[in-house]
Every structure is written in structure tokens, then in C-alpha cells.
Design a binder for this molecule. Structure first.
Ligand code: SF4
Ligand code: SF4
Length: 222
């Protein structure tokens, strides 16, 4: 799931205070799951923003909506009528949703209300951990299902590095598992340590961001 969290209210107020009517839009998928941008958060944030704006002497009308998805144009188009007279939009969706809104509402400014931070799994209530960096060339088949790109501080394909601690933690923090320690342990449990002895060559990074903007084409779906 894509994880995001609210930007500081002061930062949001700064963006909105020059406007007259703002559409605050949530998304009912990932950002709702992580309690940052679903309907509940939209309806909670709207009065908070109104109060903070009033305190600064700004009269800004805030209307709200929550879409099933903000990352698909067919859903975003539902908002054209509702937002026909706004002079700004604030989106609580991930960065993909914000950009879809920005395309639709151009030239009206669309501001992100959240910071999008990672592709995560919820490990327990209130704790999300990054599991994937969308690198475009998945190596999980060689690392027993544990991602060294997103979960190693150095994205090492051959580990662990010299910084791993004796207790299985990463050198960056006592609270962070060295993922390569976990990969080795899982390989050992499966009796497949030999597969890790072979030095892995550089992976294909051209599919990641390093190859320029990503564009994925599936001819069979066009
Ligand atoms: S190897 Fe790449 S695609 Fe696979 S889980 Fe890790 S970051 Fe994601
Ligand atoms: S200690 Fe482990 S997780 Fe941390 S950077 Fe080194 S190999 Fe990566």
C-alpha cells in the first residue's frame, strides 16, 4: 500500500490563504487505509483548515469530496462539476492522485495535502514498513522474498555489508533489522545458503527511476 501522512497544517494554510474557494479532495484507497486521506480525514481536516485560516484573517470557503480513486482519470472526471468554481484544489491522495488532479484542473493550482513516503505493509496497528521501491526489476526470487532494494540502507545486491551489527541489526539504527542478515537466516533455514555464495551481477536499473521517467506499455491491453 502507498503510505502518506498529513503535511503540517501551517504549511497547508500558507498555500490556501490567498484563495477564495478550495476543493479538498480525498481518496478512498491507500491513503484511507493509512488514515491520511480518506473521507474521514477530509472531513476532519476541512474544519481544522477553516479555523486556522480564520485565525489569520482569511476568508476561504472549503468544499469537500472523496473519490473512490484519484489515480485514474475516469474517477477524477467526476469532480469537474463540483469543482467548476473553485480557485484552488488540495488533494489528500498520494503523489499520483495529486498529479491526476493537476492535469484535470489545469490551470487551477492543485496542492498536495500529504507527503507520500513509501510502498508499505502494515506490520501492526500504527506501524507501516517500506517493502518495495518499485525498482522495475524484481529480485525477490533470489532473496527468499525479502527485498534488499527497499529494506537495505544501501540497496545492496550482495550483503551483508561490513556495517551489520552482531545482533542482526543494521548500522543505521539499533531498531532496524539488517535485511541481509534476515535473507541469510531464511536461506539457511531452507538449506539454500549456497545460492547466496554466488556474487550477483548489477541488476537492470534502467527500469527504475535512473532510466528516466517510467512508462509502462502493455500492448495486449491497449
Ligand atoms: S526488488 Fe524491486 S520490485 Fe522487487 S520488491 Fe524490491 S524494490 Fe520492489
Ligand atoms: S547493515 Fe545490512 S541492511 Fe544495513 S546497509 Fe549493511 S547490508 Fe544493508
Amino acid at each position: 500500500m502507498i503510505f502518506a501522512e498529513w503535511k503540517p497544517i501551517d504549511e497547508l494554510v500558507e498555500k490556501l490563504k490567498a484563495h477564495k474557494k478550495v476543493l479538498l479532495v480525498g481518496c478512498a484507497t491507500c491513503v484511507a487505509e493509512c488514515a491520511a486521506g480518506g473521507e474521514k480525514e477530509v472531513e476532519t481536516l476541512a474544519p481544522l483548515l477553516s479555523m486556522a485560516l480564520k485565525k489569520q484573517g482569511c476568508s476561504v470557503e472549503i468544499i469537500t469530496a472523496t473519490l473512490e480513486k484519484q489515480c485514474e482519470f475516469e474517477f477524477v472526471e467526476e469532480l469537474i462539476e463540483k469543482g467548476h468554481d473553485v480557485d484552488a484544489v488540495m488533494s489528500l491522495a498520494c503523489g499520483i492522485g495529486v498529479q491526476a488532479m493537476a492535469d484535470l484542473f489545469d490551470p487551477i493550482p492543485v496542492y498536495p495535502g500529504v507527503n507520500t513516503s513509501a510502498l508499505t505493509i502494515r506490520e501492526e496497528a500504527g506501524l507501516w514498513a517500506g517493502r518495495c521501491a518499485a525498482c522495475g526489476d524484481c529480485v525477490l526470487g533470489e532473496t527468499f522474498g525479502l527485498c534488499p532494494i527497499a529494506r537495505c540502507a544501501k540497496s545492496l545486491l550482495n550483503g551483508p555489508c561490513g556495517g551489520t551489527r552482531g545482533n542482526g541489526k543494521c548500522e543505521v539504527s539499533e531498531d532496524t533489522d539488517c535485511i541481509w542478515n534476515l535473507i541469510v537466516e531464511r536461506g539457511d533455514e531452507r538449506g539454500q545458503l549456497d545460492s547466496l555464495a554466488e556474487v550477483k551481477k548489477s541488476k537492470n536499473w534502467s527500469n527504475s527511476r535512473h532510466g528516466g521517467p517510467k512508462r509502462v506499455i502493455r500492448e495486449d491491453l491497449r
